[in-house]
Each structure stands twice: as structure tokens, then as C-alpha cells.
Design a protein around this ligand. Structure first.
Ligand SMILES: [Ca+2]
Ligand SMILES: [Ca+2]
Length: 150
């Protein structure tokens, strides 16, 4: 084998290794899921003074069964865990959705500090499926600071 042949072989080997690495890293990427904070509301207002709960739906579809989600792995912005969950078809598309409830004050704790009235903040939900596949999805909320001083 001449010099060019060896060089060609090395290049091919390097390319093959890179391709394998690429496929491997792609498979480790999170599955993106549809998240709808406050199903039925597009504005998703969150009143920072509220002591209620914020509903967050993870929407199922023909290729994603929300039953596969490992509920104990779910976190909002890496910090808040849901206090309650149920399965219902919130958007009426015929596919069961997962509806999570978070304490509003826990969600407020995820917001940037300071936060201004009418700020739009993106919250990200993460979790894992039963087989360990990571999932992620996000939606925006509109911050409401009622009773603020002038
Ligand atoms: Ca919404
Ligand atoms: Ca649905």
C-alpha cells in the first residue's frame, strides 16, 4: 500500500468514527414534547401573589403516549415538582394528555428575580420516559404582579 492509500484509509476511518459519534449523540438528544401551560389559555397569566395552582398539560398525540412518562422525574425549570397529576384529553383531539398541577408559589420561585408585571417568561418542563429517554418541552407565562406599588 502506498502513502496515498494509507492516507485514504485513515481518512475513511476518521469519517466512520465521526459518523458513529454523530448518531450516538443524536440519539441522546431529548425528545421534544408539546407542553401547554394553563390549557385553554393562550396568555398563561401567572399572578405571583396567588396561592393557587398552575395547570401544565403535556399533550399526547399519535406518536407519543403520555402514559410512558415517568411521573417522578418531572420537573419545571429543574426545580419544581408537580403536586398532583391526572390524565385527561384537555384539547379534545382524542389523545389522552397528562395534566400536572404545580403550586403557583413554586412556579413563582422559578421566575427570574426581579420580575416585572407583564413579563413573558419561558418555563421548561423536563422528565424521562419509562425507558429513560429524556423529554423536554416549554411554554411561556405572562407574569402578573397585582397590587404592586406605584
Ligand atoms: Ca396555554
Ligand atoms: Ca389531547
Amino acid at each position: 500500500m502506498n502513502r496515498t492509500g494509507i492516507k485514504k484509509m485513515l481518512t475513511t476511518t476518521v469519517l466512520a468514527v465521526m459518523a458513529v459519534l454523530l448518531v450516538f449523540s443524536a440519539s441522546a438528544v431529548c425528545d421534544t414534547v408539546d407542553v401547554d401551560i394553563k390549557p385553554g389559555s393562550d396568555e398563561n397569566p401567572v399572578n405571583v401573589k396567588s396561592n393557587g395552582v398552575v395547570s401544565v398539560a403535556v399533550l399526547g398525540n399519535d406518536s407519543f403516549d403520555v402514559m410512558n412518562i415517568n411521573l417522578t422525574t418531572i420537573l419545571l425549570n429543574d426545580t419544581c415538582a408537580p403536586i398532583h397529576w391526572s390524565y385527561e384529553d384537555v384539547d379534545g383531539d382524542g389523545y389522552e394528555d397528562l395534566v400536572l398541577k404545580f403550586e403557583t408559589q413554586d412556579v413563582v420561585g422559578c421566575l427570574p428575580d426581579p420580575c416585572n408585571d407583564e413579563d413573558i417568561v419561558t418555563l421548561t418542563l423536563t422528565g424521562e420516559l419509562g425507558d429513560g429517554t429524556p423529554i423536554t418541552g416549554s411554554d411561556d407565562v405572562r407574569v402578573l404582579i397585582k397590587g404592586k406599588g406605584k
